[in-house]
Design a protein around this ligand. Structure first.
Ligand code: FES
Length: 53
């Protein structure tokens, strides 16, 4: 589980990232819904974005 608030899993996140249409944290939030709660997972989401590029 990457984002507890929105119940977004690593699996969902990686699937979205491999579709290639997600460039920024904001894109990722819009695509998965992750990060729209407490924002504690934002550093994790950024790591996933960086690792992909
Ligand atoms: S854990 Fe992702 S917004 Fe709270």
């Amino acid at each position: 589980m990457v984002c507890e608030c929105l119940q977004v899993t690593e699996c969902q996140l990686l699937a979205t990232l491999t579709q290639g249409e997600v460039q920024t944290l904001r894109d990722l939030r819009q695509a998965t819904g992750a990060g729209d709660g407490c924002t504690a997972c934002h550093h994790l989401l950024k790591q996933y974005l960086q690792r992909r590029t």
